[in-house]
Design a binder for this molecule. Structure first.
Ligand code: ZN
Ligand code: ZN
Length: 221
């Protein structure tokens, strides 16, 4: 409660340059956006325009990543996920908005669900807040089609274990509509296993088109 009150009263400083005003100033935001890399979300090899190469066989058709999890973007995500800076969902949604193209009207935003233990720790569902803001600003629908089956934490898991955990992580809450495009929103993509199985669950349940967007790509080394 006190945290919440303090965040309303205390001024924000840009996590990139300390300028007073917001957690991310326009200048630092521009630097993140213009630093965009074209690397495949799945195999990490160069991709031509978006963040999906032509060779990867994945259950989604298009992918976008704001940037690599480093420097200012790393700090902003850290504040949001581990230091209860709930306000940062606005800046993170802004970064996604600047990364995504114009989206079709039949597109539905689907947040990748967070484990309930993490929601309790933070006091908010971080991915859902970003997704909700994105949907609101773009005038799109949001549906929580997926939920977490297990409460397994991925933070320290090896790549192999992540694959296995991600495979059984989700269940479907509602049948997707084959005429809609579903845009999965995730925060940090590491091996790509989470986003792959989230998309696969939607496809298996009847979705024909799944796209994905993530805030950052985590370096594996
Ligand atoms: Zn700044
Ligand atoms: Zn690829």
């Amino acid at each position: 409660m006190l945290d919440h009150m303090m965040s309303k009263i205390a001024p924000h400083y840009c996590c990139g340059c300390d300028r007073i005003g917001s957690l991310l100033c326009d200048n630092c935001k521009y630097n993140i956006i213009s630093d965009k890399e074209t690397i495949c979300i799945n195999c990490r090899r160069p991709a031509s325009i978006s963040n999906l190469c032509g060779d990867c066989k994945v259950p989604y058709e298009r992918a976008w990543i704001v940037g690599k999890r480093e420097k200012v973007l790393q700090r902003l995500i850290g504040l949001y996920k581990f230091e209860r800076a709930k306000e940062a969902h606005i800046q993170l949604a802004d970064l996604l908005l600047a990364t995504l193209p114009v989206l079709p009207d039949n597109l539905v935003i689907v947040p990748v669900p967070t484990t309930s233990a993490h929601i309790r720790e933070r006091g908010y569902d971080h991915c859902c807040l970003v997704a909700r803001r994105l949907a609101k600003i773009r005038g799109l629908k949001i549906e929580k089609l997926l939920s977490r089956k297990t409460n397994t934490k991925q933070r320290q898991a090896s790549a192999k274990l992540r694959q296995k955990q991600a495979k059984d992580a989700f269940e479907i809450n509602k049948k997707p509509d084959a005429d809609k495009i579903y845009l999965l929103i995730d925060d940090v993509v590491t091996t790509g296993a989470t986003i792959k199985y989230a998309a696969l669950n939607l496809r298996k349940a009847g979705a024909k088109h799944v796209w994905v967007a993530a805030i950052a790509r985590q370096a594996l080394d």
